[in-house]
Design a protein around this ligand. Structure first.
Ligand code: NAP
Length: 236
């Protein structure tokens, strides 16, 4: 895919992996719009739409706005949130629900809202950002891991359905990345810029799966021994 001139909607593009990816895609000539709940540092040349992805009505308004402004060629479902959750004690339903809304229902809903307008525009793509935790879950974030596993299955299923058409389904599997989400967590972290370059390269080369850094190694371990991969990540 030639990214030059492609119109991209990237959710959660105000921070972390999303912000770095928005800047990288814009550098390669794409016209990028990001959404988030608040506009943070200025991102020259990148449009911002305020949207709380937990809210169904806001997701509908977001899709309506981008379609009304001429539509998009690439949807990147990147926004995500992760809260530690311990089911050995009480777990707040509101926290759980917010995680499911942002990590899972928003990508499902935005895909349904925007897919009809993506078809028929030439080379287009839907990119879903999952996690290595989708296939090797950790014990401290069961709802997050389950949402990512479901998003992975959704991506695979949709790719099967849309195979041969113009809409390319892509899954991005980042490793542990230095962002707000992982602040305070130990372990060697990849930079968001590295993930951003991998996403842009992967789109250009029409990759189905973009496994970055240690996520690639973990996937190889998982294919040889799912139990070993799960054991390595259980207390990550
Ligand atoms: N960091 C890692 O190690 C890692 C590893 C694997 C996968 N991932 C995945 O990569 C993606 C990006 O993560 P990150 O680490 O870059 O996270 P981050 O730095 O915390 O950024 C999250 C982004 O999502 C947006 N967001 C969160 N809740 C939202 C809501 N309700 N409505 C709209 N936007 C919302 C945030 O914007 P506002 O807060 O302004 O709304 C922000 O732009 C996520 O899907 C995450 O699960 C991350």
């Amino acid at each position: 895919m030639n990214l030059s001139g492609k119109r991209v909607l990237l959710t959660g593009g105000t921070a972390g992996i999303g912000r770095a990816t928005a800047l990288e895609l814009a550098r390669r000539g794409a016209a990028v719009t990001v959404c988030g709940r608040v506009q943070r540092e200025p991102m020259p040349g990148i449009a911002f739409i305020r949207c709380d992805l937990r809210e169904e009505s806001e997701r509908i308004a977001l899709a309506g706005k981008v379609i009304g402004e001429g539509g998009i060629d690439v949807l990147i479902n990147n926004a995500g949130t992760q809260e530690p959750m311990d089911f050995a004690g009480p777990v707040a339903w509101e926290v759980m629900r917010a995680e499911i809304e942002v990590n899972l229902l928003a990508p499902f809903h935005l895909t349904a809202l925007l897919l009809p307008s993506l078809s028929g525009r030439g080379e287009t793509a839907i990119v879903n950002v999952t996690s290595a935790l989708a296939f090797a879950p950790k014990a401290s974030a069961p709802v997050y891991c389950a949402a990512k596993a479901a998003l992975r299955a959704f991506t695979l299923s949709l790719r099967g359905r849309l195979e041969g058409g113009s809409v390319h389904l892509v899954e991005v599997v980042p490793p542990l990345v230095e962002t707000g989400m992982t602040r305070g967590r130990s372990g060697r972290k990849t930079s968001p810029e590295r993930v951003a370059r991998a996403i842009a390269d992967g789109l250009e080369f029409r990759k189905n799966e973009i496994l970055v850094g240690k996520a690639r190694l973990l996937w190889a371990i998982h294919r040889l021994s799912p139990g070993l991969a799960a054991g390595l990540m259980k207390n990550a």
